[in-house]
Design a protein around this ligand. Structure first.
Ligand SMILES: [Zn+2]
Length: 283
């Protein structure tokens, strides 16, 4: 089925069921609408934890089914044909639309080697580039067809099972997740899972769309795919509750000043670029 139609039917069902507007993260009923789109979807903000979330909220069941096949976000989700993939592999994805060399450099600066979890690995492009950079990589991906593609065509070790992933207790030196958490209705459980699978002092590296101002909130903060609008304040206030400390924040573009600050893990005063980078240590 067309994904817009699937989504529209989902919204109607939720309105008919009169879904509550309690915060999906902390459960508080102190939430208020701060923006809306075509009057049918709204962005609400929780005054307790600061989370900005789309209403109607997304259920875990809808999300799990939808992301198997219907979810479409261009080259992030469309698996390239084998010839295109072979060309990209020849150049280690350099210059391709899925060139992750900047992201690999960021992780290298923090954790130069070891076991890496690529959480939300899609069809394996980032996992593959981390493998070539010397990491022992495990990918996690909800979508079985994309995970199969990664395994068969890029030889990426990948699981589609959360319970399988959780068997890797205190195993990873670094958890990397890029533009994934804003799609995950259960991201609270996911943060707890990250804590569990990281080694003591292991690093969590999160990239999400940055929603630090009204323009960012209304353009990328909420819609069919993005169900949470994250900003620095949210992670600053809530990551410590999941056992993380030594928080570092930055945003794109990644200037020479950024690389200097990253070396010393000195956060920027203001973080207002379009991509938010969060690095934290397991306490
Ligand atoms: Zn809340």
């Amino acid at each position: 089925m067309n994904e817009k139609l699937t989504f529209f039917r989902y919204l109607i069902t939720q309105y008919v069921r009169n879904q509550t507007d309690e915060c999906p993260y902390c459960g508080s009923s102190h939430t208020k609408t701060i923006a809306n789109r075509r009057l049918i979807i709204q962005l609400k903000k929780c005054s307790n934890c600061g989370l900005m979330f789309r209403y109607p909220k997304e259920t875990i069941d809808f999300n799990a089914n939808y992301y198997q096949e219907e979810y479409d976000e261009g080259i992030t989700t469309q698996m390239p044909d084998i010839q295109t993939l072979e060309n990209w592999k020849k150049t280690c994805f350099k210059g391709s639309p899925r060139d992750f060399s900047t992201q690999v450099s960021i992780v290298k600066a923090v954790v130069p080697s070891g076991n890496l979890l690529d959480f939300g690995a899609s069809w394996g492009y980032a996992s593959y580039q981390f493998m070539l950079s010397g990491y022992n990589v495990l990918g996690y991906e909800l979508s079985k067809p994309r995970a199969r593609y990664a395994k068969e065509n890029l030889q990426v070790s990948i699981t589609t099972s959360m319970s399988e992933l959780l068997k890797h207790e205190s195993f990873f030196d670094v958890v990397f997740t890029s533009h994934v958490l804003e799609h995950c209705p259960n991201f609270k459980d996911i943060l707890d899972a990250f804590y569990k699978v990281l080694k003591p002092s292991g690093k969590l590296v999160i990239l999400v769309p940055n929603c630090s101002n009204n323009t960012q909130i209304t353009t990328v903060g909420f819609g069919m795919h993005h169900i949470f609008a994250f900003n620095r304040e949210f992670f600053q206030n809530n990551l410590p509750n999941h056992g993380f400390s030594n928080l570092f924040f930055a945003s794109s573009p990644y200037s020479s000043e950024f690389w200097e600050k990253l070396k010393e893990m000195r956060s920027f005063g203001s973080v207002d670029g379009d991509e938010l980078l969060v690095i934290a240590s397991k306490s």
